[in-house]
Design a binder for this molecule. Sequence first.
Ligand SMILES: Nc1ncnc2c1ncn2[C@@H]1O[C@H](COP(=O)(O)OP(=O)(O)OP(=O)(O)O)[C@@H](O)[C@H]1O
Length: 589
Amino acid sequence: MRRFKAWFQKITLGHPGHSAKLCLWMFLDNYVSAIPYAIMVIAVFLLFRPIIIPGAPIPTTGLLILCGALAVQAVIYYFVARKSYMISCAGFAEVVRKARMAMGEQLRRLPMGFYNRRDAGDLTTVLLRDYETVESNNDTLMPKVAVIAARMSMALIVLTVFDWRMTLATLVVIPLSIPFAVVAYRRLNRKNTDLLNAQQDNTARILEYVGGIQTLKAFNQTDEMYRSLRASCDALRQRSIAMEKASAPVGMLARAVLNAGTAVVMGFGVWLMLNGSLAPLTLVVFLLLALNLYNPIMSFMMMLVNITRLNHCTDRINEVMSETPLPYAEGAGKPSGAAICFKNVSFGYGNKEVLHNISLDIPQHSLTALVGPSGSGKSTITRLIARFWDAGSGSITIGGVPVTCLSPDDVLSDVSMVFQDVYLFHDTIEANIRMGREGATREEVIQAAKLAACHDFINALPNGYDTMVGEGGSTLSGGEKQRISIARALLKNAPIVLLDEATASLDPENEVLIQQAIDALVQNKTVIVIAHRLRSVQNADQIIVLNEGHVQQAGTHSELLAADGLYKKLWDEQQKAGSWRLRQTVANI
Ligand SMILES: Nc1ncnc2c1ncn2[C@@H]1O[C@H](COP(=O)(O)OP(=O)(O)OP(=O)(O)O)[C@@H](O)[C@H]1O
């Protein structure tokens, strides 16, 4: 019973109340609605008695009582059916809506390591298909099970009233069919897992195909990608067929065993009748009603596939919900200021260590530039500051407090970020900028947009600040998106600013404007900027030069140039690249 309770709790996403109530009322509804059939059977029995037993009186009183029972049933049925209908209308949708929101919150709190393990197709499948399956099965499968239980128990009661020996004979085949049902269930479970995995892969391929269509077109690779999408669709079709094929024969055997029950009923009944201990009319009743007992069981067997699916989908949902967000030890107090300190920090994505024993001192209100070759660990350092990940060893403090003692939300409230890849949500421009600070007034949004040099291009759009941005910001240019993300950061006004390639996709004219906006953004802030163009960070308070996850050099621009190390090498290369000409490069190819 405890296991059933735990299972029920699981398949109802921790809200068993709604489904239990629905099942109970559906059970009552079907029970009450089946009463007229039972009354009819008894009435037929009473009416046939005088025909079969000559001289027996017509049971008028009994028939009148049955008429009264039918009238009472009609009244009760109205109230019960109304109530069960109301409950079924409420549906499981509200539970699923709340569960999806909880999943959204959980995904927001999970460390980025989780996203390294689970891809977008996988999570999309959880959010769409798995919740959808749970909702539809709680709305339809559960009530169906209740209906089956009601019909069976009603048939059992009526049959027992007529003859308990014949009832036992009717039931005898049910345990014989169970082993076949168990085998069918196991097979279904296996094949269903394969099918659901194929569906997940198919979703991932579709997302990949649609998301990468521009790149595919640019490289004329649509055929190649289409082939992988088609292979995934083919695999999905094969798994669907395999699932149907795997379970059907065993399920059919179980049904055949149940159908054989009518033969048992007939044989045993005839034997009792010949022995004179069973009235022919009772045998007729059993022959007519035995199938009413078997049909619900057969329907239940047909539902096994939905049960395995429900199980699988709730397991997948629970797997994500039971992932632990980054822990934090409370009680270390609030950061005093916005100085950042790394002490002997090492970190790896999975087993691959990419930062080795890093120590950094980033004073409050200073500008620190991270430079170094591609893959040297610049972005990783900013991700550790924002606590997207936790360091493997060593400590990182903000304002003297270890980040592991701050909740990820607290860390993020102190940090503004301008990413390399700006993501805008499918909402208005104003709402996208307001993401920097919920509750900011329109004037504040406009002020931030002006500082980030967005105001003019936003005003030129058909609906100004109310213009909808396509998903991912697809209707705006790279430079426009980047300026909007700077406006967001300006609005947030956090004491720490992380700039990652902030000016990478801007034309020279905009770069000047943006540089002014960034100057406004970083005033009195602790700023860490990743820049590939060393020219833009010449005036930084300190420049950290990273190489293969090590701090190779640190100092001001002039100190590093004088030191004649990696920084000087990078600087000289960039100076040379300044005189780079496209024509020259093309000629060299
Ligand atoms: N999510 C990730 N999972 C696994 N490895 C990663 C991940 N992100 C980065 N890496 C690896 O970590 C190393 C450092 O990457 P990082 O992005 O910090 O370098 P970077 O200096 O910012 O590079 P770039 O200048 O090209 O942006 C690289 O070897 C990279 O392949």
